[in-house]
Design a protein around this ligand. Sequence first.
Ligand code: ATR
Length: 297
Amino acid sequence: MALIQADGAKPYSCGNHLISGMAKLAGVIGDPIGHSLSPAMHGYWLARHGIDAAYVPLAIKPQHFESVFRELPKLGFCGVNITIPYKELVMPLLDEVEPEAEQIGAVNTVIFKDNGKILGANTDGFGFRVAMSEAMPRWEKQVKTALILGAGGATHAIVHELQRAKINTIYVANRTFEKAEAIAQRFGKKVTALPWEEQDAQHREVDLLVNTTSLGMLHELPLEIDVRNLKPSAMVMDAVYNPLETDLLRKARQNGHLTVSGLGMLIHQGRAAFQRWFGIDPKVDEAIKVILASRLS
Ligand code: ATR
């Protein structure tokens, strides 16, 4: 597969990224995994940086997750990304957890250390922060109140990040109210849980609206919310990246809001994981965005 190089350097081909018998292995473990862009993204960076390693998709059913996970270091894996539905379930299988992942309560990156220990990290919050900063430098200065739709692993990481950024009021609205309540309890009194049907009432107040539910994703149900009551300065971010511009983002853009797609969060959380495994902060250039976007609807 020929890859485009945006910086004008000689084009190269991912097919020429030949690995040796000593190659390191990394991958993404989840169920399902077929939609994941991570193999393309990490494969591109490995080729770009000439690293002797491969990144593979691991579609593992729940009944096999623990046994497969425990075998990965023996197979030569230096680490894996963890995705739905294992981000919280993996935690008891770890020897060490980075403080940020501990605070978030979920792990999206695992490092199999040379000393045999298994370390868990969470790079989702970093991905969110950098993606937001790319869209609007010092975005956190504009946000006093945020509303997050959804209460899964991504919400945990984003709430943690919003608290780091000293956002005063954070609403979490979720279909299963108890999960929103659990997040409010975990993160303290600046976080308020809302029943899903009551989120519209906050629209006039919020400076940042974030969707972390799967609604609006390709082949999923649409996210049916009306953005017309948002204040003109409100930013809208969708953690969904397929399609690149979701209905939510299109409506918000047409309404004059600054919008942020989920692609940046995906790329930057991946970048932080890559650095932990391979010791290199991979280049986030236009080419990676073009390649990933071309794989989306
Ligand atoms: P992630 O780890 O990426 O955040 P997740 O843990 O699977 O993913 O969370 C998915 C989110 O989408 C949840 O908040 C889920 O709501 P529930 O907690 O009620 O399951 C939300 N979601 C999925 N389908 C939904 C639907 N049809 N309507 C409303 N919310 C939905």
